[in-house]
Ligand binder design. Sequence first.
Ligand SMILES: Cc1cc2nc3c(=O)[nH]c(=O)nc-3n(C[C@H](O)[C@H](O)[C@H](O)COP(=O)(O)OP(=O)(O)OC[C@H]3O[C@@H](n4cnc5c(N)ncnc54)[C@H](O)[C@@H]3O)c2cc1C
Length: 371
Amino acid sequence: MAKKVAIIGAGTAGCAAAYQFQRLGGWEIEIFEGGNTIGAGVRTHFRGGHPYTFGPRHFLTKKQEVFDYLHSIVPMRKLEHRFVTYLEEEADFFNYPISASDIPRMKRGKEIQEQLDAIEGVEITEPKNFEEYWISKVGTILYSKFIDTYSKKMWRLENNKQIDTFNWSPKGTPIKKDSSHAWSEAISAYPIALNGYNDFFDKVQDFATFHLRCPIDEIRPDTCEIVVKGLPKKYDKIVNTIALDMVLKEDLGELPFVGRDLTTIILPTEHAFPEDVFFVYYANAEPYTRIVEYKKLSGYKSPSTLLGLEVPSTNGKHYPLPIKKFRAIHDEYAKRLGKNVYSIGRAGKYDYQVDIDDCVEQALGIYEELK
Ligand SMILES: Cc1cc2nc3c(=O)[nH]c(=O)nc-3n(C[C@H](O)[C@H](O)[C@H](O)COP(=O)(O)OP(=O)(O)OC[C@H]3O[C@@H](n4cnc5c(N)ncnc54)[C@H](O)[C@@H]3O)c2cc1C
C-alpha cells in the first residue's frame, strides 16, 4: 500500500517537495493550498500580454546541481545583469551591492573614501545590531545613503538597531572592491517559457492531488495528522511550508512578517531601464523599495514595457523579520515537529533569506534523507 504525504502550501517549496516524493516512488501525495492557485507569488500572470510575477522571482544559485535540477523541469536561460539603487540626494543611480568604483562620482566621495580607509581591516567580531554591522563595513555616509532609509522602509521599522541578524539581502558582500557584481559568483537565470515557472507548478498535477481553497487549521505532529475543515486526517509524513505559529496549537508566540503590495504599470516605450539593468532599488522616502522591468527577465518582446512596483505593507506573510527573538520562537516551534513533519520554505523556516533556489534545495534534502 502506498504511503501518504500531506504537503501544506502549493508555493515553490510545496511543489518542489511534491517532485521529491514522486521521485522516491510509492507515495500518495496530497497538497493543501489555502488560496486559489498553484505557485503563490512565483506564478506568472499576464497583463496586456506582458508576463509578470509578484516581485522579480529570478533564479539565483551558487549550486550547479540545484540549477540543473530546476532546468531539467523548466528550461532556464542564464542572465547577465546588474542592480542599481537610486539615491535622491545624488540625483543618480549607483550599483547595488555598493561598488567601490562608484565612490569617486558621489558628492562626498573623498570623505567616503577616508571612512573606508579608516575601517579597512577592522573587524567587529560581534556587532550588536544591523546598523553597527553596516557602519563597520561601509562607514556612516554610505550607510546613510544606501542602507538606513531603505532598510527601515523594507522592514517597516523605526530603527535599524531593532534588527540583530546581519546577512542582509541582497546576498553578498556589503561593498564590492572591484567592478564585478555580487551575482557574478552565482548562476542567475529565468525560465525560457513566457509563462515562467508555471509548468514547474502545473506538472505536479500529473502525480499529486491538489486541494485548493483548503487552508489547514492545524498540524498534530504526535499523531502525524493535519486538521482540515475541522476534521483530522492521518499521514505517514507531512511537509509544512507555512509559518509554524499558524499550524501548531501550542502558543509559543507570534511569528511576525512584513507583507507587500504590488502595482503594475505599462509604459508606452520598448525599454524603461538600460539594457543590463533588470531591477532598480529605491533607498529614499518614496513608498516603494524596488521596481522591476519584467521583460528583462522573461524576454517578452513588445513595443511597450511592464514595470512592477513593490510597496512594503501588512498584506501577506512575505518577509520573516530578521530579528533573533522571533527566530528563537520559530526554533521552539520547530522542536515540536518530531521526525515525521518537515518544515521548509521561506515561512516554514522563518528565514527571509530562503529564496527559490533554497526551496528547491531543501526539497532535494528531503529526498536525500528518505531515499
Ligand atoms: C516580493 C517577493 C519577491 C521575491 N523575488 C525573488 C527573486 O527574485 N528570486 C528568488 O529566488 N526569490 C525571490 N523571492 C523569494 C521566493 O520567491 C520565496 O522565498 C519562495 O517562492 C517561497 O516559497 P514557499 O513555497 O516557501 O512559500 P510561498 O510561496 O509563500 O507558498 C506558501 C503557500 O502556502 C499557502 N498557505 C498559506 N496558509 C495556508 C494554510 N493555512 N493552509 C494551506 N496553504 C496555506 C499560501 O497561499 C502559499 O501558496 C521573493 C519573495 C517576495 C515576497
